[in-house]
Design a protein around this ligand. Structure first.
Ligand code: AMP
Ligand code: ZN
Length: 208
C-alpha cells in the first residue's frame, strides 16, 4: 500500500477510535457522521444562528476547541462553491467571537484540516496551548501544527481566486508523519510526552 494511504488509514483509525460509540448502546450511523448528531446535542452546543451551529469538540485537542458547522449540507471543502463565500466569512467571524468570549487573552487559530476525517464541513477554532489529555498522537499534533491545518483566511482566498478548494490529498497526508517539533520555538521533540511537557513552558497569550 502506498505510504500516504497507510498514513491516512492510521489517522482515520484514530478518528474512528475517538468517535465510535462505546459499550452496547446502538449507534445511529457511521462514525464519520458523528458531527451531525453532535450538532443537536445540547451538552455540546455553544451557539446557533440561522446559518450555523458552534459546538465544543468532543475530543478537544487544546484547552478551548470548538467546531463551527453550517446548517446547509456541505460535506467537505471540495463541495464549496463561490456562493459559499459569505457563509465561510460568517463562520470565521462567529468563530472569532466565540474565541474572544471564551478567553480574550489566549491565542487561537481558525482553520480546516486539508483532509478531514469527519464528514460535514467544520471550521476548527482551537487555542494554541494544546493542553489537553485528548491530544495523544503525532497525527493529532501534526494535523494542527503543520500545513495540514489550513487557516480559514487561506481557504476563503482560494475559493475567491480559484472558485474551488481542492487540496492535494497525498501531499497533505504526508504532513501527518513529519517529525515532532515545538510549534513555538521549532525545537525537535523525541516523543509526545516530551513535547507535551515542553510546550507547557511557553506562553500562549496574545501579547507574548
Ligand atoms: P477533522 O475531521 O480531522 O477536521 O476533525 C474532526 C474533529 O471532530 C476532531 O477534532 C474530533 O475530536 C472531533 N470529533 C470527532 N467525533 C466527534 C463528535 N461525535 N462530536 C464532536 N466532535 C467530534
Ligand atoms: Zn518550544
Amino acid at each position: 500500500m502506498a505510504e500516504s494511504k497507510s498514513v491516512k488509514r492510521k489517522f482515520d483509525d484514530v478518528a474512528k477510535a475517538e468517535s465510535k460509540p462505546s459499550g452496547t448502546k446502538k449507534f445511529a450511523g457511521h462514525w464519520s457522521q458523528g458531527l451531525l448528531a453532535s450538532m443537536n446535542d445540547p451538552d455540546l452546543i455553544v451557539e446557533k444562528d440561522d446559518k450555523l451551529t458552534v459546538i465544543k469538540d468532543k475530543y478537544p485537542k487544546a484547552k478551548h476547541h470548538f467546531l463551527v458547522m453550517p446548517k446547509e449540507t456541505i460535506p467537505n471543502l471540495k463541495s464549496l462553491k463561490q456562493e459559499h463565500l459569505d457563509l465561510l466569512k460568517h463562520m470565521e467571524k462567529i468563530a472569532r467571537d466565540v474565541a474572544q468570549r471564551t478567553d480574550k487573552k489566549i491565542k487561537f487559530r481558525f482553520g480546516y484540516h486539508a483532509v478531514p476525517s469527519m464528514s460535514h464541513l467544520h471550521l476548527h477554532a482551537i487555542s494554541q496551548d494544546f493542553d489537553s489529555p485528548s491530544l495523544k498522537t503525532k497525527k493529532h499534533w501534526n494535523s494542527f501544527t503543520s500545513p495540514y491545518f489550513v487557516d480559514s483566511s487561506e481557504v476563503i482566498k482560494r475559493l475567491e481566486k480559484e472558485h474551488k478548494v481542492d487540496f492535494n490529498q497525498k501531499e497533505n497526508t504526508e504532513y501527518l508523519s513529519l517529525d515532532l517539533k515545538c510549534h513555538v520555538c521549532g525545537r525537535p521533540m523525541k516523543n509526545m510526552p516530551s513535547l507535551k511537557s515542553h510546550i507547557r513552558t511557553h506562553s500562549y497569550t496574545c501579547d507574548s
